[in-house]
Write a protein that binds this ligand. Structure first.
Ligand code: 2RA
Length: 414
């Protein structure tokens, strides 16, 4: 099988949302399948959006009836894949069964989940097609090769974490709180890059209020963006330096040693001098927010020696005059956002506090000295593996279950 040899290396090298993004070294219940049962699903009582943990705590069981769906994860042993299982376990998404697909090397291993002990199956398109929903947490190349066949009519709806399909016109690129309705009728959905998804949680409510004119972003991205190998390289390198084994850590995942350093280089450099990571923010913001093709968004992306939450400084110019109190209120009420903005008591967003949280922290909110009444500056921190990848993907599935898109997709036969 293609996947078992060279393909296996490709698959696992990339068992993160976009693999090592560094390249130089780079109540609708159709009973059409026997696995379906009708589930009462939670609805969320506080903020109106999908499953923030806060919302989950105040969940009440509603009378909405929804089918249950068989779910498959490809790449479940990577950093994003592991989080996918956990997000699914905590989700209100009605999972009837979970299957995990991997390479020949991991086939046969057992994974304990809330859905029972799952034996990893060797990946095959035909097996993936038996599921209702497939999450791909593998490389873009793998996704490009297999996602179209998995999602062809009669197969599974695919939610892909790679960048393979994000910029294709006919493929929806989804942050459920912003454009979840665009999942209707789709069989293949792209999950955004972590940097974009985290920033948009704050940008979208502000756009609705003041209409964005320009966006300038600088990022501080954790080692987790390069998956488990990135996190391992940071930990091991830091230990080696601290233990006096070397003055400067070794590097293979990142372009330079990350411990005690920062690297203004994530993904490949483009002809215009920006990196692909930076251009993803521009391309994806325009697409998700339905902004004009020349809407000005500029980013400088920097890798820093933190473990797993990305942070961003965001400066916006607006069409309408800014009211800070209204901005604060909108952010407080926005699903998926936690306003952490009380500098007098040392409260602001930080990777340490954002790690493991479903909500993106937003703070340091202030009128811009550059744009005056027509500008805002703020800081965000969000868990790269959650909002930036696994959580967003599971929220996409939840949205599709709620808005009927999954049922519709099952009605389309091969
Ligand atoms: C990174 N954004 O941080 C990438 C991963 N998707 O490297």
């Amino acid at each position: 099988m293609r996947f078992a040899s060279a393909g296996a290396a490709l698959f696992f090298a990339a068992a993160v949302s976009e693999a090592s993004a560094f390249v130089p070294q780079s109540s609708v219940a159709f009973a059409s399948t026997s696995s379906r049962t009708s589930f009462g699903v939670s609805s969320f009582a506080s903020k109106p959006g999908p499953c923030s943990e806060q919302n989950r705590r105040s969940a009440v069981v509603s009378n909405i009836q929804m089918s249950a769906y068989s779910v498959g994860i490809v790449g479940a042993t990577g950093a994003v894949g592991k989080e996918l299982i956990q997000c699914l376990e905590k989700s209100s998404f009605p999972t009837s069964s979970l299957r995990i697909f991997g390479s020949e090397r991991s086939a046969g291993k057992e994974v304990n989940t809330k859905f029972g002990k799952v034996t990893v199956e060797r990946f095959a398109v035909a097996k993936a097609r038996e599921c209702d929903v497939i999450f791909l947490a593998v490389s873009g190349d793998f996704a490009l090769e297999h996602a179209p066949a998995i999602s062809a009519p009669g197969g599974a709806v695919v939610i892909d974490n790679s960048s393979a399909f994000r910029y294709m016109e006919n493929i929806p690129l989804i942050v459920p709180e912003i454009n979840g309705h665009k999942t209707k009728g789709a069989r293949l959905i792209a999950n955004p890059n972590c940097t974009t998804a985290i920033g948009l949680m704050a940008l979208w409510p502000l756009h609705k209020l003041f209409k964005l004119k320009r966006v300038i972003m600088s990022t501080y991205q954790a080692a987790s963006g390069a998956g488990q190998p990135g996190m391992d390289e940071l930990w091991e390198g830091t230990k080696a330096v601290v233990n006096g084994e070397c003055a400067v850590a070794k590097n293979s995942v990142f372009a330079h040693p990350l411990p005690f350093n920062l690297i203004p280089h994530i993904d490949k450099f483009q002809e215009n001098g920006y990196t692909k990571e930076e251009m993803k923010v521009t391309w994806e913001t325009r697409k998700i927010c339905d902004l004009p093709a020349d809407f000005p968004v500029s980013c400088t992306a920097v890798r820093i020696p933190t473990s797993r939450a990305h942070s961003e400084t965001i400066i916006v110019e607006t069409e309408l005059p800014v009211d800070i109190d209204a901005a604060r209120k909108a952010l407080e009420e926005a699903p998926g956002v936690k306003l952490v903005d009380d500098p007098s008591s040392l409260k602001y967003p930080m990777p340490l506090t954002a790690t493991g949280q479903y909500d993106v922290e937003v703070g340091r909110l202030r009128k811009s000295l550059v744009f005056g009444d027509y500008g805002l500056e703020f800081f965000v921190s969000g868990d790269q593996l959650l909002r930036g990848a696994a959580l967003n993907a599971v929220l996409v599935a939840e949205e599709m279950a709620k808005n009927g898109a999954l049922e519709e997709s099952k009605a389309v036969v091969a």
